[in-house]
Design a binder for this molecule. Structure first.
Ligand SMILES: [Zn+2]
Ligand SMILES: [Zn+2]
Length: 339
């Protein structure tokens, strides 16, 4: 099979031939249909994952079809359309796993970082973590639901967003656009904060009530003028400073949730945080039940990411442009196209 692999930190992605793997006990062989290219792959490339193992096949926005089941595995049946995400597996025995919060497991493994992911024709996943797709879900456009989608959906619910909440989303790119769509479909009121005024039309198209160009207008003031502030601010931008600039726009008891972030620390004023009983949190992807909920909600509301299908041979160049900050939109590797 053909794969795109990373041999080491800060090395280019290379196309390689490997034998098709055999699924072992507890494992599922998936013939990959598509794999989204996530910005975590840039973190992997830059050496920000101390638990990475090289060479590794990156990719954790995987859709495909079950090709074979390992000994002792009987679900999902061969031929089932499935997805696999950032969380590859967990120990199954710690307090978090027992509570169904596997994403917090101290012994979790990450797809495409510690084990091979979906930038290749086949992927071996773990039983209980490979999830059937809802009927009719487009496996190419739907691939980013496995990371950007679950992160946005789960971030909103972890932060307490519900029908009628005022939700401000910073950045309407990949994960931010998903957060806007999910929040609108949940019945929340949504504002979008973006750097330049040309994001306004897109924000309205996604269903936002209004748009704030933060290069022209103080985002905190604009949010406070919105019936007293945002109940939830979702940072979908890869910038900690953008989150800090909007923080003063939270309503009392409001929550800032980081989905995007930069390398710099988050510095916030403490007195308003205490007086307003404000909350700050982040959200890393989610557990298997969160993925099922994300996929079911996306399918029933017709929510799909905007993607650009590409071939496996294009992946090295695209990852390099993502690392250089010149890539636009969400590229999804379509495996049939590449072989
Ligand atoms: Zn990701
Ligand atoms: Zn665990």
């Amino acid at each position: 099979m053909r794969v795109a692999e990373l041999g080491a930190v800060r090395s280019p992605l290379t196309i390689a031939e490997r034998p098709v793997p055999e699924p072992g006990p507890d494992e599922i062989l998936v013939k990959v249909t598509a794999c989204g290219m996530c910005y975590s792959e840039v973190s992997l490339l830059d050496g920000h994952y101390p638990f990475a193992r090289f060479p590794v096949v990156p990719g954790h926005e995987i859709t495909g079809v079950v090709a074979a089941l390992g000994p002792g595995v009987d679900f999902p049946a061969v031929g089932t359309a499935v997805g696999a995400q950032f969380l590859y597996a967990s120990d199954g025995t710690c307090d978090y796993c027992v509570r169904g919060d596997q994403i917090l497991c101290p012994h979790k493994q990450v797809t495409g970082v510690a084990v091979d992911g979906g930038y290749g024709e086949y992927f071996v996943g773990r039983a209980g973590f490979v999830t059937p797709l809802p009927a009719g879900l487009d496996p190419v456009a739907g691939a980013p639901l496995m990371c950007a989608g679950i992160t946005a959906f789960n971030g909103l619910r972890q932060a307490g967003a519900r029908a009628g909440s005022r939700v401000a989303v910073i950045g309407a790119g990949g994960v931010g656009a998903m957060a806007v769509r999910f929040a609108v479909a949940m019945g929340a009121r949504v504002a979008v904060l973006g750097r330049s005024a040309d994001g306004g039309n897109r924000a309205k198209d996604l269903g936002a009530e209004f748009f704030v160009a933060t290069s022209e207008t103080d985002p905190a003031g604009a949010l406070r003028a919105w019936d007293g502030g945002a109940d939830v601010i979702v940072n979908g931008a890869p910038s900690t400073a953008a989150a800090a600039a909007a923080f003063g726009g939270l309503a009392p008891d409001g929550t800032l949730v980081l989905l995007g972030y930069g390398p710099e620390p988050l510095t916030l004023p403490t007195m308003p945080m205490v007086l307003g009983r404000l909350h700050v949190m982040a959200n890393p992807s989610g557990s298997p039940h969160d993925l099922r909920d994300t996929l079911a909600f996306a399918a029933s509301h017709g929510i799909l990411p905007d993607v650009t299908p590409v071939g496996l041979d294009q992946a090295p160049g695209i990852l390099a442009s993502m690392a250089a900050g010149t890539a636009r939109g969400r590229s999804v590797i379509v495996l049939d196209q590449a072989s």
